[in-house]
Design a protein around this ligand. Structure first.
Ligand SMILES: [Zn+2]
Length: 292
């Protein structure tokens, strides 16, 4: 497998850690949505995070959704992940172009602007668990770090990165999440902060040939790193024509009748993967029968 997530612990369970490499996943998302470089970076970072946050869930049917809404030109993003490392998602305005930021990097923070990050976990209870925070920088990794600190009381260090080739395809993508479990000692916190402070960027580590395991070893080696498992992570959508039909039926008789009156086939795109589904007037008539 080329893309995967490593799950690990260190310091006798006082630290839990995830690291992933997601080049193929992000490139699949980029190709599906034809995203501009800054939109690829935003979507790629959030999909990479969602993969790691998804595998933290226990149940096979558990579903994680992360939404970001901002007042910047990109508008926002929605991604989902399951507990097996499968992710999908989209940006509201995939064609956004912006000049690089002051550091010469893709300006994801500028593209998102001021806004809100929401994390929704549907773990089969009556109501999903929803946590919400404001965007701190809009660079996504910092926003998730802040989210974990304020909404889940879990001190975390989140790094996410997407590096582009000159032809705007994805060269490297990946990330890590290091979390302190309750009762972690001050000594561990101090040492960890020092090591993390020395890390320049996740994509430069990947680009230099480091695997996720090597990156975790670099950060957590002195704490007795224990790799628990490796899970594949992919961009994959579960949409089908059948599901799209149900969505059309749910919009109601009046609207479907209007489409029929137009006398043309309609095309419906899946938000998450941008796949096109065509419905002929004849098919719309069948759906009209099922609608209320
Ligand atoms: Zn789809």
């Amino acid at each position: 497998m080329t893309d995967y997530i490593v799950r690990a612990t260190a310091a006798e369970g006082q630290i839990r850690a995830f690291a992933s490499t997601t080049r193929e996943l992000v490139e699949t998302a980029r190709a599906a949505h034809n995203t501009s470089p800054v939109a690829t970076a935003a979507l790629g970072r959030l999909l990479t995070a969602a993969g790691m946050m998804g595998v933290m869930m226990k149940g096979e049917k558990d579903l994680l959704t992360i939404k970001i809404q901002g007042d910047g030109p990109i508008g926002g993003l929605t991604v989902t992940a399951d507990a097996k490392g499968d992710v999908k998602g989209y940006v509201f305005n995939p064609g956004v172009m912006l000049p690089p930021n002051a550091k010469g990097k893709l300006d994801v923070g500028g593209a998102l602007g001021v806004g809100v990050l929401s994390v929704i976990r549907d773990v089969g209870l009556k109501e999903p668990y929803v946590g919400q925070t404001i965007l701190v920088t809009g660079e996504i990794a910092e926003d998730l770090t802040y989210y974990y600190a304020t909404s889940e009381q879990t001190p975390s260090s989140v790094a996410l990165g997407v590096l582009m080739n000159t032809d705007n395809t994805v060269r490297q993508a990946g990330g890590f999440m290091i979390q302190l479990m309750p009762g972690a000692s001050d000594e561990i916190v101090t040492k960890l902060e020092r090591t993390l402070g020395e890390i320049t960027s996740i994509t430069s580590l990947l680009d230099a040939g480091n695997s996720p395991e090597m990156i975790l070893e670099h950060i957590l080696g002195e704490f007795g790193l224990e790799i628990l498992d490796r899970l594949p992570t992919r961009f994959v959508c579960n949409c089908t024509k059948d599901r799209v039909e149900k969505a059309i039926v749910s919009i109601g008789k009046k609207e479907i009748q209007e489409m029929i009156d137009d006398g043309k086939s309609i095309e419906v795109n899946c938000h998450f993967c941008n796949k096109h589904y065509e419905f002929t007037v004849e098919e719309l008539r069948e759906l009209l029968e099922q609608a209320k």
